[in-house]
Write a protein that binds this ligand. Structure first.
Ligand code: 26Q
Length: 823
């Protein structure tokens, strides 16, 4: 396999060129003079697919022949982004393709832009799953990843007069060259209905009579590991109607009509829910969860039985199932149901298998994000599963909990899988902890809080169950592919195999004080900033200077992530400039990217505020361009790839204790941005690696936030004590930025004062402004800034998703790598 540092061979260029032309002629039905950029993209993808599919066949044959233990990664979300560039890099064909297309009079970069993002996720959790796919394949671990084949991924965002507008995402509108439909592996999924108890050989046997059956159709997307490694499968389920119709059930009154039922079946995989960190409790969402969990388990069981028939003794030896948050937690009662009701195993045998097979990753502590389902809804959609959950709960409380805390009903109520309130609920987090052998948080501090605050009694009961696996990101996409200039410099200074051994970047530390290297490093940053400046101009019409400090905050819009704290700082600087146009500050471009959940009013108001304040500032000639504010529309993976290499400063400013990990923080630091951040999530570990001298840490700690809450937090204290803060907040509701609509930004001020400021924005404001001042001062010292930027890149080795996956493998999944057969 050719590495990018070697120049590609003539023979491989010609072979790819021939293949592209063949696909242009024979699959696209067009020719060189006439082909659209889209046809070139598809022909190139088809040519690349020849290598992809060869790798897929080798890998799958090897894993099946050797009957390997595999992990099955279940996730409602996979935020893949674009695949062509990634596949070219991982196959070592990027430079080959560049030359081949150049010979054909085409530009690879333009062709890559034709590909729509595969945006089947909201944010961090979905992108983490995508990085893990890359690492699992690269490290040659047998893995199958399962999710939903959404027809519409995360909505497309635009702004109309500063307000967010959502439009449906149509990523497959013109076909997707990467996916293969596998009709031979279709599954039938039951829903609704009732449970019948029949006596069989003296034993009560349960039969679920469903009210509806839908088809789950699998689409496979090959996942190419780096440098000749395995090609694994991402299997996404699409829902279709069946002709199943149970008159018994529907005669009793549930029937609407056949057309409506078909539409309902096909609605299951229609659209990704655009909320993150809030649980809407909608029936369709529960059905989505069950639909893909049941289809995936049936698929896992089918593969197992193909080799082992009805011998269940080796199931837990060969199968690991990872639950990406509680979204697939209904898999636990589903596996119980299949083993008990369909395969005839005993309760104890089935339960032992479940606990050995499942493990669960928690991604949040926010109470509003912890999933709960109403018992009524659950009973209607999944009647048999609710019975099983009751039985799991009964045995758990009367054996495990009773043995540890005899007679303690209060602890039983707290640990119960069923929340007893006027409206009884199934707690999916509790179900996941009880049904798994390992539960992990996603950064050190988060995992500690899972033990002490979220599940303290589970931790007391099972001290070895709760653990940490710090998140990571794939260096292939998030450095090699997105930042080719810096990658080439690292190839020169380190070694070309750093994408497989990110710790090797430590060597860059040796050059941190070398003036020539600093120059080279910052020249690259400047080039990347020029590229982004052109993109900003194209997307927003705003002109920005590459000499300014690029201050970047990119993540979902949420109060706890505190984009409005960033905005208050911008408003404070603007106010200083208005009072004194010669106010001495380093020119800055504040760059945002964020989507708000369509129903999250305040988040949308914050987007509006950033856009309106930005418009005003960008147009104000008195400030001589010292501040520019832009919010780029439709933030997504492919836009992140353009923004991250150009960032000087990385905004990681969540309220301490709220951001489980963060992964954008890792991507930005790896590309040489300095972090301004709170001691939250993985920021803490990033600061440990890079050293606090190379960052701007500010704000309350987790313990200080807790203390403030206990002692009674009053945001008015900060409002009255800080004249600048007061003036800035007042300008939100005096119509200063929106004269035609004076109250338009008032909701933000209201949430921070009357609303109680749940996320401590006012408490952290002054400390944040001070940290920003330090960043300003440091940026004036070019050598000091360059040194810190280099050290950031050099010390991010820990945050390689290969390391995260190796942690899962060693401590949870216990897998052995199997390289695909010799190439
Ligand atoms: C739940 C119920 C109903 C509808 C939607 C949801 C839902 C969907 C997505 C709840 C949460 C999510 C996504 C959460 C998420 O992305 N969490 C982030 O996970 C990252 C990877 O571990 C962390 O780095 C981030 O800190 C965390 O916020």
């Amino acid at each position: 396999m050719s590495k990018s540092s070697k120049s590609p061979g003539k023979a491989s260029i010609e072979a790819l060129q021939t293949s592209i032309i063949r696909h242009l002629h024979t699959s696209q039905g067009t020719y060189e003079e006439k082909a659209s950029p889209e046809a070139w993209w598809k022909a190139t993808a088809a040519a690349v697919n020849e290598s992809v599919m060869a790798g897929l066949t080798d890998t799958q044959r090897t894993h099946s022949k050797l009957d390997t233990r595999a992990v099955n990664y279940l996730s409602m979300e996979f935020l893949m982004g674009r695949l062509l560039s990634n596949n070219l890099h991982n196959l070592g064909l990027f430079d080959v393709a560049e030359k081949a297309l150049d010979n054909l009079g085409q530009n690879l970069a333009d062709i890559l832009e034709q590909e729509p993002d595969m945006a089947l996720g909201n944010g961090g959790l979905g992108r983490l799953a995508a990085c893990f796919l890359d690492s699992l394949a690269t490290l040659n671990y047998p893995a199958v990843c399962y999710g939903i084949h959404y027809e519409h991924g995360l909505f497309e965002q635009s702004f109309s007069k500063g307000r967010q507008i959502e439009r449906p995402d149509d990523w497959r509108e013109y076909g997707n060259p990467w996916e293969v439909c596998r009709p031979e592996s279709v599954q039938q999924i039951k829903l609704y209905g009732y449970v019948e108890t029949v006596s069989q050989g003296g034993r009560a046997h349960k039969i679920w009579r469903p009210g509806q059956v839908v088809k789950a159709v699998p689409w496979d997307i090959p996942i190419v590991g780096y440098d000749g490694a395995n090609v694994n499968i991402l299997r996404l389920w699409e829902s279709r109607a069946t002709d199943f119709f149970d008159w018994d059930v529907f005669n009793s009154g549930g029937y609407v009509d056949a057309q409506a039922e078909q539409a309902q079946a096909e609605a299951i995989s229609k659209v990704l829910y655009p909320n993150d960190e809030t649980d809407a409790g909608k029936e369709l969402r529960l059905i989505q969860q069950y639909f893909f969990s049941a289809a995936s388990l049936a698929d896992i069981i089918r593969r197992y039985q193909r080799a082992h028939g009805d011998d269940w003794s080796r199931f837990s030896e060969l199968v690991a199932v990872q639950l990406n948050d509680t979204h697939p937690a209904v898999s636990i009662p589903e596996l119980m149901r299949v083993l008990l009701d369909e395969k005839g195993l005993s309760w104890d045998e089935s339960w032992a298998i479940c606990q050995q097979v499942f493990s669960y990753t928690n991604h949040t502590l926010l109470p509003e994000a912890l999933e709960k389902w109403s018992l009524h809804l659950f009973a209607r959609v999944l009647p048999r599963h609710l019975e099983i959950i009751f039985e799991i709960n009964h045995r758990f409380l009367s054996r495990d909990v009773e043995a540890k805390w005899p007679g303690d009903d209060a602890v039983k109520a707290r640990l119960s899988i069923i929340e007893e309130s006027d409206h009884r609920m199934v707690r999916m987090g509790h179900l996941s902890v009880v049904g798994s052998h390992k539960v992990n948080g996603v950064a050190q501090v988060h995992s500690e809080l899972v033990k002490t605050d979220l599940f303290p009694e589970f931790h007391a009961l099972w001290p070895d169950k709760l653990t940490n696996v710090t998140n990571g990101i794939t260096p292939r996409r998030w450095l090699k592919a997105c930042n080719p200039r810096l990658s080439a410099l690292i190839d020169q200074k380190v070694d070309a195999d750093w994408p497989l051994h990110l710790d090797k970047l430590q060597k860059l530390k040796d050059f941190a004080d070398d003036a020539d290297f600093q120059q080279a490093f910052m020249d690259i940053k400047r080039q990347n900033k020029l590229d982004l400046a052109a993109e900003i101009k194209a997307l927003t019409g705003v002109e920005v200077s590459a000499d300014a400090l690029f201050d970047v905050q990119i993540k979902r819009l949420h109060e706890y992530k505190r984009q409005h704290l960033n905005l208050l700082h911008i408003m404070a600087l603007y106010r200083r400039l208005q009072q004194d146009p010669n106010y001495d500050m380093v020119p800055r471009v504040f760059i945002f990217g964020a989507k708000a959940a369509p129903g999250y009013r305040l988040a949308k108001d914050i987007i509006y505020a950033i856009n309106r304040v930005g418009d005003r500032i960008n147009q104000d000639e008195r400030i001589q361009g010292k501040i520019k504010v832009v919010m780029l529309p439709n933030y997504r993976v492919s836009l992140a790839e353009k923004m991250i290499p150009a960032a000087d400063l990385s905004e990681q400013i969540s309220t301490a204790g709220k951001e489980a990990s963060g992964t954008g923080n890792m991507k930005l630091a790896l590309n040489g941005a300095l972090t301004i951040g709170t001691l939250d999530g993985a920021n803490i570990e990033i600061a440990e690696e890079a050293g606090e001298d190379n960052e701007f840490i500010f704000g309350l700690t987790v313990d200080e936030v807790k203390a403030l809450n206990q002692n009674g937090y009053n945001p008015y204290d900060y409002y009255h004590a800080d004249a600048e803060l007061k003036a800035v907040l007042d300008s939100l509701d005096n119509g200063y930025f929106t004269p035609e609509e004076p109250g338009a930004l008032a909701s933000i001020k209201r949430s921070l004062l009357e609303g109680g400021d749940a996320y401590k924005v006012l408490a952290d404001f002054r400390s944040y402004v001070d940290a920003q001042q330090l960043a300003d001062a440091k940026y004036r010292d070019k050598a000091a800034w360059a040194r810190s930027a280099i050290i950031n890149t050099a010390t991010m080795g820990k945050f390689n998703s290969d390391r995260s996956i190796q942690d899962y493998v060693d401590r949870i999944w216990k897998l052995t790598p199997y390289p695909r057969k010799a190439k």
